[in-house]
Design a protein around this ligand. Structure first.
Ligand SMILES: NC(=O)c1ccc[n+]([C@@H]2O[C@H](COP(=O)([O-])OP(=O)(O)OC[C@H]3O[C@@H](n4cnc5c(N)ncnc54)[C@H](O)[C@@H]3O)[C@@H](O)[C@H]2O)c1
Length: 272
């Protein structure tokens, strides 16, 4: 028996990367999963992998920014399985560019998916998690929810917002005696399609940015999923993934707001 045995877990953005790895690891640890994504082909592949591993899965096309759909989806999943215990709000997108050069529409889109998508998933599933008597909310922020870096203003804003929202929820659930634990996850670089799927301002080289990311990202999605579920099982409120994330967290704590001088200088040298 593990913390996940026979639990019903929902993973958003499960058609790729960390979401896919999470769904597979959850099934490996005994959970039954509901997976969703906007990418139908990626989602079908994840579903196939789960079935091949002998897991039980429900799969739905879902855009996490569509609030009414997310609310209906939560009710459908609860009805389908009879309960929902865990929501992994993982779906996300990235965007690169100086704030000065970034259109409002791109700033808003990142916030819509990365922040409001998390809010929609959390609020839609919370009543079901409370009703389960043993719930868990797991929200994926980033190391960029701990420090900001030049060219990531949109993403930084959304991931800091996820952290603020998630930490408030964590304290509320504990102090109101609700049977729901809350974990905020801050991955460092994970080898996924996030940079290939990302947008950028005109004039920046998409393939060059993706290639640089592929070189920097050190942790596999499978390892990220293991670290997340180990932290969830231990009831951790914050989970850092990778040595890079641990170093960044340390710098933020030791340097406080002065981290900006150090990171700004390093980013300048790297051409950001
Ligand atoms: N890869 C990293 O280095 C890294 C680091 C820190 C945080 N993260 C975060 O981890 C999460 C997963 O990212 P990943 O690295 O696996 O990237 P990925 O691009 O491989 O996967 C993201 C998935 O989210 C889906 N998605 C995008 N918009 C959606 C929407 N509106 N509704 C539903 N699904 C949507 C995509 O189709 C894709 O399948 C994201 O929140 C990302 O910001 C990733």
């Amino acid at each position: 028996m593990t913390y996940f045995t026979q639990k019903i877990a929902v993973v958003t953005g499960a058609g790729s990367g960390i979401g896919r790895a999470l769904a597979l690891e959850l099934v490996g640890r005994g959970a039954r999963v509901a997976i969703c994504d906007v990418d139908a082909a990626g989602l079908a592949e994840t579903e196939q992998l789960i079935r091949a591993a002998g897991g039980e899965v429900r799969s739905d096309h879902l855009d996490v920014t569509e609030r009414e759909r997310v609310l209906a989806y939560a009710a459908e999943v609860a009805d389908h399985f009879g309960a929902v215990h865990q929501i992994y709000n993982n779906a996300g997108i990235a965007f690169t560019g100086d704030i000065e050069a970034t259109d409002f529409k791109h700033l808003e889109r990142v916030m819509d998916v990365d922040y409001w998508g998390v809010v929609n998933g959390t609020k839609a599933f919370l009543p079901h998690l409370i009703a389960s008597g043993d719930g868990h909310v797991v929200n994926i922020s980033s190391v960029f929810g701990i420090i900001s870096v030049p060219t990531q203003g949109a993403y930084n804003a959304a991931k800091f917002a996820v952290r603020g929202f998630t930490e408030a929820l964590s304290m509320e659930m504990a102090s109101r005696g609700r049977p729901v634990k809350v974990t905020c996850v801050h991955p460092g670089g994970i080898k996924t399609n996030v940079a290939r799927n990302a947008g950028q301002v005109d004039g920046l080289d998409h393939d060059g940015l993706a290639t640089t990311f592929d070189r920097i990202a050190r942790t596999s999605p499978a390892r990220a999923a293991e670290v997340i579920l180990d932290g969830v099982q231990k009831g951790r409120t914050r989970v850092l993934i990778g040595a890079d994330a641990r170093v960044i967290d340390l710098v933020a704590r030791v340097a406080g707001p002065h981290y900006q001088r150090l990171v700004g200088r390093l980013a300048g040298k790297a051409g950001l």
